[in-house]
Design a binder for this molecule. Structure first.
Ligand SMILES: [Zn+2]
Length: 165
């Protein structure tokens, strides 16, 4: 079965990748957490590549292999997926890293030369990257730490893109 690869009029090439989404969570995944590739109907997909085409209004969610065929850049599709895998692996270990405690009693951690910290604001917790404070507060330390991770990840990956352009 070739799924939509056999569909008449649906282009095979010229797609671009809008996004890659990790369907995984911190918990162990079961079968219902995975998606099926909408192009071949076969892959068991955790990392969903969202593909769009200039001739079509709909986007199609596919697996890595089909994404590579659709935009003619398997290495690129693989690379985007690897980035998300690295992120998932780092996030899984994030809370159990060696957080230190500042003189004021706030948790902090130094990552790649960046000083990342958590602080208490009344009953809730916020985070900062260097001297830049995050916009929100969280009910627990762990939630603030995970929000910090997401913000930090965004930051280092947007820096990377600027550097490679
Ligand atoms: Zn596929």
């Amino acid at each position: 079965m070739n799924g939509r690869w056999d569909q008449k009029g649906l282009p095979h090439k010229g797609w671009s990748c809008d996004d890659v989404i990790d369907l995984g969570s911190d918990e162990a995944m079961d079968d219902s957490d995975y998606a099926t590739c909408k192009m071949c109907g076969q892959e068991r997909v955790r990392y969903v590549h969202v593909m769009s085409h200039p001739d079509l209004s709909e986007s199609i969610s596919v697996g890595c292999i089909c994404a590579g065929k659709m935009n003619g850049d398997y290495e690129g599709a693989k690379r985007r997926e690897t980035t998300l895998k690295n992120k998932a692996a780092r996030k899984a270990k994030w809370l159990s890293r060696k957080w230190r405690t500042s003189m004021k009693g706030n948790p902090f951690i130094n990552v790649d030369g960046q000083n990342l910290g958590i602080h208490k604001s009344k009953t809730r917790w916020g985070y900062r990257i260097g001297k830049n404070f995050g916009p929100d507060l969280y009910p627990t330390v762990d939630e603030a730490k995970l929000a910090l991770f997401e913000a930090y990840w965004q930051k280092i990956n947007s820096d990377d893109q600027e550097n490679s352009n």
